[in-house]
Design a protein around this ligand. Structure first.
Ligand code: CA
Ligand code: CA
Ligand code: CA
Ligand code: CA
Length: 400
């Protein structure tokens, strides 16, 4: 610490006081002349629009309206902000006097006012002050209405082959609030883990669609039940008064085609044409056309595939009648398949036995009358008479 200075004499003290007075006179600012306040404050934006939710918390910032003043002398450039109107705006909003930050000071849930005009004044530091005014237009978003379902129940039937991620059903709820997000509805599908494994909802549209192939469901469930929650995007959000129910029925390829007769057999005469030899028919008990449409084909064996064809109605026809007619074969086995249009296809196979009757003609005596006179002494065993007959069949059938 510095040592204390010696006490000055009276003459020296007088001198020191004179010096002090002189210095003080030099740092005192000149008096402020109102004529030096050359500029008025100017807002950067004199009109500002802002949308805020009615649930905005107290003290939350709403907007900032800044102004500037080019004056540098005295306090002619220092600014003070205040709210001067309009209506009840000053009751709900306050402004930070040094910064122009507008914030909420009373909850907006206490009023139904939708639009506020906040009139803001800024003054400089002169007397009287120069000022400017700006307007802050505030729109209050309010969530008054709940979503309302167009229908409380939804149901649809789909095949198990319904394509993945393609819409099968749409649920719809509307919200009468005037402004988004209070009238924007989203949807949530609620179900158990298995149900939600196979189906999903597009939250923004309400479209419901399979997430996975329903054919992969080894339990082959035929019905899925859900509820859907409709929720708006207000703050806080509101949900529909009830949840909608959704039932999705899945019809499956549960039945294979079956032939109405088993086996089929027919005997036809040699000399086939190209027309139908025999018709077969199968039925499919599935109720839906997705799974009960039947197509026929020849399964085998090899000669049947070569010699016969079958049309969509189950009519079997020879592809080369001449080859069949000239052959010696009398019995043909034809295995016919009937399959449906499921995925995978289900089928039945039946045996068709086709017998060709190649012995079309009886022997005919020619001539049919014989007359012969023989001696009574004709030896035993001697030819007495020869009769002749012919057969128009032209094939020698070893097995006949
Ligand atoms: Ca000024
Ligand atoms: Ca709403
Ligand atoms: Ca079927
Ligand atoms: Ca014959």
């Amino acid at each position: 610490m510095a040592a204390r200075p010696p006490v000055p004499t009276l003459t020296k003290l007088t001198c020191v006081l004179l010096v002090y007075v002189k210095l003080t006179t030099q740092v005192t600012p000149p008096p402020c002349n109102p004529g030096d306040n050359l500029y008025a404050p100017v807002f950067i934006n004199s009109e500002v629009q802002q949308t805020i939710p009615e649930t905005l918390p107290i003290d939350a910032s709403v907007a900032t309206l800044s102004a500037s003043d080019k004056d540098t002398l005295c306090n002619f450039g220092s600014l003070t902000y205040s709210i001067t109107g309009d209506g009840s705006a000053a009751s709900y909003f306050g402004i930070e006097k040094d910064t122009g930050i507008v914030s909420l000071k009373t909850s907006l849930t206490n009023t139904s006012i939708v639009d506020f005009t906040v009139r803001i004044e800024v003054q400089d530091g002169s007397s009287p002050p120069w000022s400017s005014t700006a307007l802050l237009y505030l729109k209050i978003t309010r969530n008054f209405e709940r979503p309302v379902w167009s229908s409380a129940r939804y149901a649809t039937n789909i095949p198990e082959t319904a394509p993945v991620l393609e819409n099968i059903l749409s649920v719809t709820a509307t919200d009468r609030d005037a402004q988004p997000p209070n009238n924007e509805v989203t949807y949530e599908l609620v179900g158990n883990a298995v149900q939600l494994y196979y189906f999903e909802i597009v939250s923004s549209t309400g479209d419901i669609r399979p997430r996975r192939p329903l054919t992969s469901d080894t339990n082959r469930r035929s019905q899925f039940d859900f509820v859907v929650i409709a929720r708006d995007q207000g703050s806080p959000p509101l949900t529909a008064a009830i949840n909608a129910s959704v039932t999705i029925s899945v019809f499956r390829n549960n039945n294979a085609p079956r032939f109405i007769q088993d086996p089929y057999s027919i005997t036809v005469a040699q000399g086939l044409g190209s027309g139908t030899v025999i018709s077969v028919r199968a039925v499919d008990d599935d109720p839906s056309t997705e799974f009960n449409q039947i197509s026929y084909s020849i399964e085998g064996p090899a000669n049947a595939l070569t010699l016969f064809t079958i049309d969509g109605s189950g009519n079997i026809q020879p592809t080369n009648p001449a080859a069949i007619n000239s052959a010696s074969e009398t019995n043909y086995k034809i295995y016919v398949r009937a399959e449906d249009n499921g995925i995978p296809k289900l089928y039945d196979i039946v045996l068709v036995e086709l017998t060709i009757n190649r012995n079309l003609n009886p022997p005919i005596f020619n001539p049919v009358t014989y007359e012969e006179t023989i001696l009574e002494t004709r030896p035993f065993g001697d030819v007495a008479l020869r009769v002749t007959a012919s057969d128009a069949d032209n094939l020698v059938c070893g097995c006949c």
